[in-house]
Write a protein of this length. Structure first.
Lengths: 170, 241
C-alpha cells in the first residue's frame, strides 16, 4: 500500500514538473512571438516613414524637368498599408482625388465618403494610375470630393445645358 | 474656377497624375507649374505668368516642410490633369477679383452699317484691338465679332454686325479671340487664379492660345458666366518647351 502511494506521489510530481515545463515553454514562446510582432511593427513603421518622408529636391546635373517631375510623383500607398484604409482613410479624409481601376473600384463607397463619381454621372473615364493596385489604366473611375467639384469640374449635364445659350467662337 | 474640358487629340477624359507640392494650393481648379530649382514641388503660377505648366489641379494641399505631429506626411500631394494638349475652361471676370461682373458698354451714337460700336468709352486704353466684342442685349444680342481697330470712343469690326445698333444697346468685350491672334496670345488671371481677368489690355501676360470663346448675352447672364477655353503654350510636357 505504501509502495503504491509512493508510486502515485512520484507520478503526480512528474506530472507537475512536466506541466511546469510546458508552462515555461508556453511563456517563452509567447514572449518570442511578442518580440516578433514588435519587430514587425517597427519594420513596418520604418518603411512607412521612409515612403512618406519629405522629398527634398535638389537640382542635379543632366536632370531634365521631366526627371524632376518623375521624382516628385506620388509613390502611392505605402508598403503593407491596407488598401481600404489608404483610400477610405488617408485619401478621403483629406478630400483627395481618388482614381480606381475597374478591378478595384467596387470596394469604395463614394457616396458615403461624399465623393463625386465622374464616370457615374458624366460617363467619362480618366487615365492614370490606380490608387490601389498601382496599375496604369485608361479606364479609371475618377472620384472628386464634392467640395472641389464646383471648383475643378462642372457636371457635364450642367455644362451642356448652359452651353445651349452660348455664343461660341471656335 | 478652371477646369479641364477636352484636349486637342479629341479626348474628353483627363490624364491625372499626383505630384508633390512646393507651395500651397488653397483652391482646386488652378494651373500648376513645374518646380524651379530649389522648389520642392509643383507651384501655382502668378496672375500674369505661367511657365512650364504641368496641368490643372483637382484637389488642394497645404505646403509644409517640417515633420507633422498629427500623423500625416509632410510630403503633400495634389492631383493634376496633365494632358499636354489640354484645353482649360476658365470663367472670365470683369476685374482682378473673382466674380466681378463684366462691364457693359452702351451705344451712345447710333450706327447704321454694323461696322462700329460707338460708346464713348476708350477702347484703346486699355487696348482691346484684336479682342472680341459681342452684343449683350438689343439688336445684336448673341453676335460676336473680332475688333480690328480701336479709338478713344469706338471699337471697329471688319465683318459687320447683322443689324444696326440704336442708342442704348449694350455690348460686352474681352481681351481674347479664337483662334488666338498673334497679338492676343496672353491672359491675366484674377488674384486667386480662379478666373481670367478679361477686361485688361490685349496682348500682355501669361502665354496661352485661345481655342474657343464661350460667350453669353443677357439671357445667359453673360456678365458673370462667359468663359474662355485656352491651351497653355508653355506646357512642361510639350517637347518643344
Amino acid at each position: 500500500m505504501d509502495a503504491a502511494a509512493t508510486l502515485t506521489e512520484a507520478r503526480a510530481k512528474r506530472l507537475m514538473q512536466e506541466e511546469l515545463r510546458l508552462k515555461a515553454r508556453r511563456v517563452r514562446m509567447e514572449a518570442a512571438r511578442q518580440r516578433e510582432v514588435l519587430a514587425a511593427k517597427e519594420r513596418n513603421r520604418a518603411e512607412r516613414s521612409k515612403a512618406n518622408s519629405t522629398t527634398v529636391w535638389s537640382p542635379r546635373k543632366q536632370w531634365s524637368v521631366w526627371d524632376e517631375l518623375k521624382a516628385l510623383e506620388d509613390k502611392g500607398r505605402a508598403t503593407k498599408r491596407i488598401a481600404g484604409a489608404y483610400i477610405a482613410g488617408d485619401l478621403s479624409e483629406l478630400h483627395k482625388t481618388i482614381m480606381l481601376c475597374p478591378m478595384c473600384k467596387h470596394g469604395f463607397d463614394w457616396k458615403k465618403h461624399r465623393y463625386y463619381n465622374v464616370f457615374h454621372y458624366d460617363h467619362i473615364y480618366a487615365s492614370g494610375r490606380c490608387d490601389v493596385c498601382r496599375a496604369m489604366s485608361t479606364k479609371l473611375s475618377l472620384y472628386l470630393h464634392e467640395t472641389h467639384v464646383g471648383q475643378s469640374w462642372t457636371p457635364r449635364a450642367q455644362l451642356r445645358q448652359q452651353r445651349r445659350k452660348a455664343i461660341t467662337v471656335g | 474656377m478652371g477646369e479641364f474640358v477636352y484636349d486637342l487629340a479629341g479626348n474628353t477624359s483627363p490624364f491625372v497624375k499626383k505630384y508633390a507640392i512646393g507651395g500651397t494650393f488653397s483652391d482646386a481648379g488652378i494651373l500648376a507649374e513645374a518646380p524651379d530649382a530649389g522648389q520642392a514641388g509643383i507651384t501655382a503660377p502668378t496672375t500674369t505668368a505661367t511657365a512650364d505648366v504641368v496641368g490643372i489641379t483637382t484637389d488642394v494641399g497645404t505646403y509644409v516642410t517640417a515633420q507633422q505631429t498629427d500623423g500625416t506626411s509632410a510630403n503633400r500631394i495634389v492631383a493634376v490633369v496633365v494632358n499636354p494638349l489640354a484645353v482649360y475652361r476658365f470663367i472670365i471676370s470683369g476685374g482682378a477679383t473673382e466674380g466681378t461682373a463684366m462691364t457693359l458698354r452702351d451705344v451712345t451714337t447710333a450706327q447704321t452699317d454694323g461696322l462700329s460700336v460707338i460708346t464713348g468709352d476708350d477702347w484703346s486704353s486699355p487696348q482691346f484691338d484684336e479682342g472680341v466684342v459681342w452684343g449683350y442685349d438689343g439688336a445684336n444680342a448673341g453676335q460676336a465679332r473680332k475688333i480690328t481697330s480701336t479709338s478713344t470712343t469706338t471699337a471697329t469690326v471688319t465683318v459687320a454686325f447683322d443689324r444696326d445698333s440704336p442708342i442704348g444697346d449694350n455690348y460686352l468685350y474681352a481681351n481674347a479671340w479664337a483662334p488666338a491672334d498673334a497679338t492676343a496670345l496672353t491672359a491675366q488671371f484674377t488674384t486667386n487664379l480662379y478666373q481670367l481677368d478679361a477686361q485688361t489690355a490685349v496682348g500682355s501676360d501669361a502665354v496661352v492660345t485661345y481655342v474657343e470663346l464661350e460667350l453669353y448675352d443677357v439671357g445667359g447672364d453673360g456678365r458673370t458666366k462667359s468663359a474662355i477655353h485656352f491651351q497653355s503654350r508653355d506646357h512642361v510636357f510639350n517637347l518643344s518647351t
